[in-house]
Design a protein around this ligand. Sequence first.
Ligand code: ADP
Ligand code: MG
Length: 390
Amino acid sequence: MKIHEYQAKALLSEFGIPVPRGGVATTPAEAKRIAAELEGKVAIKAQVYAGGRGKAGGIKVANTPEEAEKLAAQMLGTRLVTHQTTPEGVPVSKVLIEKAVSIQRELYLSIIVDGASRMPVMMASEAGGMDIEEVARVSPEKILKVYIDQAAGFQSFQRRKLAYGMNLNSTHIRPATSLMTNLYKLFQAKDCSLAEINPLVVTTDGELLALDAKLNFDDNALFRHSDIEQLHDVEQEDPLEAKANELGIKNYIKMDGNIGCMVNGAGLAMAVMDLITQAGGRPANFLDTGTVNDANRVVNAFKIFTTDPNVKAILVNIFGGITRVDVIAQGIVEAHKQMDCRLPLVIRLAGTNVDDGKRIIAESGIKFVEATDFYDAARKAVEAAKGGSK
Ligand code: ADP
Ligand code: MG
């Protein structure tokens, strides 16, 4: 789960990491009031679940409260398109008004969980700022990494290695190492999957500040952080993903193709997507139903397919284990009763109670194409999507 920059900064602050003073506004009048309180130059920052705002016009500097009001009015209510968003962009309903900082150096600091080593890794670079992706591509040696052993903890030599590696002068080493300690404490305490400060700046006054903040959280740990779960901003999500979430389909990711896939098991779902691509088509989504013991789950998946205007054919590929194929079949039949679904349907069923499942579908009279194996299913779905209409 993602949160906004202003919320991430509040958490950083709670953990003793210095951030610029500021406040969040939903109207131009509020922006003006906050700017007046802050005095002097302020930065107006679009609050969206995407990076790359600086390069996309989502960060502006105002010299006066009136200018802050005007710039906030131009930003609020629009959609911001950055290199990290879809071409439709994301809505800007809030702006962060914060003290404009005079920057001497822009550094980079982050923590992610590294899948290969199964350890949190802290990364630091003296080449922070808006081009960090380019730095990672052309001169990866400029990004220093330390792997944090969970049993041994985050060691002081590791912090010093990063701080000296960023070429900080001696007065900044201690503030930097304590900032790193605090960031790691936050990362652990809140079950983050990513904590990123880019840029971490040294101001011309010699202060070390987190100028941007991005925190992502492990969805599987949210049950123990209801305070964080509440911060979730549905408006920023893809509407279909939000709807899927609301319908209890957790593992749904919207994609840009036209074949709606309903599959049980993440591995099987990935394999199906690969095969569709190999057969010359494009999946409209990743959807892992999980273990299905309730036909309604299947009905809900069909609700998503029929809401998505890109879907031109549906592919159901189920390998029943604990999931019973007859329950899946009941769901498919029920979905066709509840909605006007004329999308071509390709079905491949195997596993527990497959004969009952096949019988239920055959007796229902639903029009469908039967597939015998994976590749056959993928090929038929690609074929069906070519001529599909609702
Ligand atoms: P993004 O990563 O989405 O582009 P950032 O918050 O990193 O957004 O801002 C982009 C750039 O804008 C920063 O690298 C910095 O140069 C400038 N900037 C951001 N906030 C401020 C601020 N409060 N004062 C001065 N400059 C800022
Ligand atoms: Mg940034």
